[in-house]
Write a protein that binds this ligand. Structure first.
Ligand SMILES: NC(=O)c1ccc[n+]([C@@H]2O[C@H](COP(=O)([O-])OP(=O)(O)OC[C@H]3O[C@@H](n4cnc5c(N)ncnc54)[C@H](O)[C@@H]3O)[C@@H](O)[C@H]2O)c1
Length: 384
């Protein structure tokens, strides 16, 4: 333990003498605060997993599951879309503080210090911007962040021989499929937004990278619609500004923080006329990451796209009515015009995840909506 502290202080002092950048210096200070009480190298048998974007919504739930499974998560996050509440939540749920580096994956010298400081065994790459509408207005912001963070990460993984990677992809890569449920080998159509295109490009980069680096094992997880929060109510989605997604808007509108929810179109060719999506509890999504890592650690070489969904579609109106039923509240909503770019319906064929990862969903739509409301009520209690 003493040798470990000496080494850390040495790394810290050398970086004080010659900081590569302001970001790196800040990161070192931050890691001192967070790491020393809970040293990362105490558990030498634990695998170190870099989790970029690990302080965000899906990342924080995954960090909890990684701890539970005996991995040691090391978070890198620039806090562009989260804050420290989720870190405190992780610590309260698990009794462990994750190692944290505050910095940007687009900053190669900063990211290098993370690889220099830890013997990493694998990585999960969540860090990206994800607001579809904003990506239409500011495409370069999305291309810059989502692509550069990935290529920086890959170049360091190759350099430091860290060969297991889980990548956050999305069902947006499919567009509107002709056949449902959609399988991973189903056709992809032109992305409806620059955000969606960054996921298609990301997957292509990974396939090309794997061609050149066959010793890599890569899982590209195509999430359908993650919703809900941890059942403890200690972590959940923290959308900054007006939420882009249905459930956070719904909880905020029900709590009285927003105007009524608009259902964008109820005249589609679906049973109740509203759009259909495959909603999946965020804890199930998080558990899938652990199962994917377990799978990748047993592969000598692979690059697999895998759907993460329930395999069932629920309409927007069904979500609203289920929310009302499980939480005994009234949702303020009205039916509006169709929204440009919305696909009508999509749900996953999730059989590949079951086959390769031995993963399937355990939680229901009702569980997710109860947990989402519990999280919203907890946020409001803290404000009052
Ligand atoms: N939530 C969804 O509905 C959904 C669906 C499909 C795919 N995804 C993908 O899953 C991943 C995680 O999504 P989320 O919902 O948890 O989003 P999130 O915004 O809550 O988490 C992303 C985290 O990454 C951080 N980040 C962004 N750019 C960074 C950078 N350059 N360097 C360091 N940190 C950075 C943010 O601060 C945030 O904490 C994203 O890649 C997203 O595109 C999400």
């Amino acid at each position: 333990m003493l040798r470990f502290l000496e080494k850390k202080i040495h790394i810290f002092l050398s970086s004080c003498e010659k900081p590569h950048s302001q970001a790196e210096f800040g990161a070192k200070l931050y890691i001192l605060q967070w790491e020393f009480p809970f040293s990362s190298r105490q558990h030498t048998t634990m695998k170190n997993i870099l989790v970029t974007g690990g302080a965000g919504y899906i990342g924080s739930h995954t960090v909890v599951e990684l701890f539970k499974a005996g991995y040691h998560p090391i978070i890198v996050d620039n806090f562009s879309n989260t804050d420290e509440r989720l870190l405190h939540g992780i610590a309260s749920i698990t009794g462990q503080k994750p190692t944290l580096y505050k910095g940007d994956c687009c900053d190669l010298s900063f990211l290098t210090t993370v690889f220099e400081s830890h013997a990493l065994d694998g990585a999960i790459h969540f860090a990206a911007y994800k607001a579809v509408g904003e990506s239409v207005e500011q495409p370069l912001k999305y291309y810059h962040n989502n692509i550069l963070s990935l290529t920086n990460l890959l170049s360091l993984m190759a350099q430091y021989k860290v060969t297991q990677l889980v990548f956050s992809s999305s069902c947006t890569v499919y567009g509107q499929p002709d056949e449902l449920p959609i399988r991973e080998d189903g056709p992809e159509s032109k992305a409806a937004s620059p955000y969606g295109f960054t996921k298609q490009i990301g997957e292509q980069i990974l396939r090309d990278f794997h061609q050149a680096h066959a010793s890599f094992a890569i899982g590209m997880l195509r999430y359908f619609n993650p919703i809900g929060a941890h059942p403890s109510g200690l972590i959940g989605e923290l959308p900054f500004g007006v939420p882009n997604n249905l459930v956070p808007f719904l909880t905020q509108a029900t709590a009285g923080h927003r105007q009524a929810l608009t259902v964008f179109g109820a005249d589609y060719s679906t049973p109740d006329g509203s759009c259909i999506r495959d909603f999946i509890h965020v804890v199930d999504v998080a558990k899938a990451h652990v199962k994917t890592l377990n799978f990748l650690f047993n592969q000598s070489s692979c690059c697999e796209a895998i759907n993460l969904g329930q395999g069932v579609g629920n309409s927007v109106l069904e979500v609203i009515h289920t929310f009302e039923e499980v939480n005994k509240v009234k949702v303020p909503y009205h039916i509006g015009e169709r929204r440009m770019g919305d696909i009508v319906q999509i749900w996953a064929d999730a059989s590949k995840a079951k086959e390769l990862l031995d993963w399937e969903t355990e939680l229901t739509l009702a569980d997710a909506l109860r947990d989402a409301w519990n999280w919203q009520c907890g946020l409001d209690d803290k404000k009052n």
